[in-house]
Design a binder for this molecule. Structure first.
Ligand SMILES: [Zn+2]
Length: 128
């Protein structure tokens, strides 16, 4: 099995404990938020389910207050520390590409859509 690394862009490999992304079937919005905070382009072409299954974020990106006493992340926690400070301007997903995915409005289709498509839709929805 391939070792799992933290997916936060610019994060150096560490031995910190790693945390799974939020379960997309329970909290897709929160998963979206994590993906945006990680600023990792590779995530954009993955489905939420794949991100949930394969990707991890190390504990140093979370506020210690987000952990309960048994070291579990709170259900609404998201990464806030040591995140990349450059914006996602080097993202090669163009607006045009995202606009072509309007047919993904049905939330049930998300299992086949990449997170980039879903986030693109969310951003478009907010702009309107
Ligand atoms: Zn990390």
């Amino acid at each position: 099995m391939v070792a799992i690394h933290c997916v936060v862009k610019s994060c150096v490999r560490s031995k910190e404990s790693k945390h799974s992304f939020p379960n997309p079937s329970k909290n897709l919005d929160l998963l979206n938020k994590w993906v945006m905070l990680c600023a990792n382009k590779r995530l954009r072409v993955m489905t939420p389910q794949k991100i949930y299954t394969n990707c991890r974020v190390c504990s140093k990106h979370f506020n210690p207050k987000d952990f309960s006493r048994n070291k579990r992340l709170g259900r609404k926690a998201y990464p806030t520390l040591l995140l990349p400070d450059d914006d996602v301007s080097d993202d090669d997903v163009s607006d045009d590409e995202l606009k072509t995915n309007k047919n993904l409005k049905n939330p049930k289709t998300y299992s086949k859509a990449t997170i980039g498509e879903i986030i693109g839709l969310t951003l478009l929805a907010e702009a309107n």
